[in-house]
Design a binder for this molecule. Structure first.
Ligand SMILES: Cc1ncc(COP(=O)(O)O)c(C=O)c1O
Length: 368
């Protein structure tokens, strides 16, 4: 295993906890433990009595039951809980890939989706999104990338960092191509349920494709990254067993308090999602007007889903711009270079409640 530094995490490590405005967060507004416990009258008492022994390695049966309820036709035995989505990505790649294999990865992407694949010794081809086509992916290009040794196709809808959501018919064709070719589809769905129009929501890959793996997490749409609870859902239980065997060498089992709180939160999923979609909708209209006012400086591609987008700075170098902005005004944007992007893009996040103040500060900086 040979992993380069995780550029995005290193960038965040420098600023995340000492900057005034984190205007590039990929998660939605979070909650306190107390807010979660107040969702049910007896939850605080039950939490106080919750046992702190080791937990069941695949995830507690009642948590897996709640997670399975997110999907149609998926049972608790088809869920494996992890420490965040990150552990699941790591174990999945190591369960499937190795030297001599080939993987195709939606690009640009959250770095571990491509680097962990490469780190297994497998050969990786980026499947590049087209900015000129609202960050769409081309299925003909995918077919040209497929080789006899292709084992895995990795996609992420809604997409980090562009907010792209594939249309339903195309997504079903993608699943069909993977199935016909005997290739496993790994579908990173950590921003699912954050579609601005619920009619745009795609089925989970695990619902429509018997060999696909869907990745979910508490962090993004539900706003609970501090729980570090993520999971995979798949009907391929042999693959789940391989991942479970690897998990014995990473975290063994999940945090007991986090399992309790994740299960509680998932029982109230619609309320959590509704709160965060309201924040996103309000913030998006602020961003629409902001980018309209500054059309001479930025290109704005309004996403269809999720709390992040990938606009382009027209003049100047994006790294220098982000650096100057954060040091003089305390507003953090994420330069696209951490995604190996060369198009002068930056990630902006709009799932947090303080976006209006952050955008006002950004505008003051631009108007200086
Ligand atoms: C697309 C994508 N997948 C996976 C993850 C990892 O999620 P977590 O940090 O909750 O483990 C992230 C986090 O930013 C992400 O954006």
């Amino acid at each position: 295993m040979n992993l380069p530094p995780f550029k995005l995490e290193r960038y965040f490590a420098r600023y995340e906890f000492n900057v005034e405005y984190l205007l590039c967060a990929s998660d939605c507004q979070s909650f306190t433990v107390q807010e979660l416990l107040s969702l049910e009258p007896d939850a605080a008492a039950r939490f106080g009595e919750h046992w702190l022994g080791y937990t069941e390695s695949p995830g507690s049966p009642s948590l897996r039951q709640e997670i399975a309820g997110i999907y149609t036709g998926i049972s608790p035995e088809q869920i494996l809980v992890h420490s965040g989505a990150e552990e699941a990505i790591f174990l999945l790649m190591h369960a499937i890939l190795g030297p001599g294999d080939h993987a195709i990865v939606h690009f640009p992407c959250y770095q571990s989706l491509i680097e962990v694949a490469r780190g297994t010794g497998c050969d990786v081809s980026p499947w590049t999104a087209h900015e000129g086509d609202a960050w769409a992916l081309d299925l003909d290009e995918l077919e040209r990338l497929i080789r006899p040794e292709t084992r895995l196709i990795v996609v992420n809808f809604p997409h980090n960092p562009t907010g792209y959501l594939m249309p339903d018919d195309k997504y079903r064709r993608l699943n069909g191509i993977a199935q016909e070719r005997g290739i496993i589809l790994f579908s990173d769905e950590v921003y699912r349920e954050a579609e601005y129009n619920s009619a745009d929501r795609l089925p989970s890959a695990c619902e429509i494709n018997p060999t696909a793996i869907s990745l979910g997490v508490m962090s993004k749409t539900y706003g609970l990254p501090g729980l570090r609870i993520g999971w995979v859902a798949t009907r391929d239980v042999t693959l789940l067993a391989k991942m479970a065997a690897l998990k014995d060498y990473t975290t063994i089992c999940n945090s007991a308090p986090s399992e309790f709180l994740a299960e509680l939160a998932l029982r109230h999923r619609p309320a959590l999602v509704e709160r965060n979609l309201e924040i996103i909708a309000r913030n998006l209209s602020i961003l629409d007007s902001f980018f309209e006012r500054h059309a001479d400086r930025f290109v704005w591609h309004r996403p269809k889903a999720g709390p992040i987008a990938f606009p382009r700075l027209l003049d100047g170098d994006i790294e220098a711009f982000c650096h100057d902005l954060v040091t003089t005004s305390g507003v953090l944007l994420l330069p696209g270079t951490v995604y190996e992007d060369t198009g002068n893009h930056f990630r902006i996040g709009f799932g947090r409640a303080n976006l209006p103040e952050a955008v006002a500060r950004l505008e003051e900086y631009l108007d200086r």
